[in-house]
Design a protein. Sequence first.
Length: 75
Amino acid sequence: MVETDVLEIEKQYPDEWLLFEVYEVDKLGRPVKGKLLAHSPSRVALDEYWDKIEVKLPYVTYAGQRPRRGMAVVL
């Protein structure tokens, strides 16, 4: 897996959890470029993989439907 645009990768794995190593952030600190390290529909599986590796600047995101405005999500 090579360095790529984070938003483009998110489109390729709908409804999955993604773990990136971030290489570049924008002015607001949001990840822009990175390397996809793992993806899974299960957050638990992703966390188990993450525990086994060392990542300098990790970023975990869910590439599924976002909650409606005013809704809260607890993980």
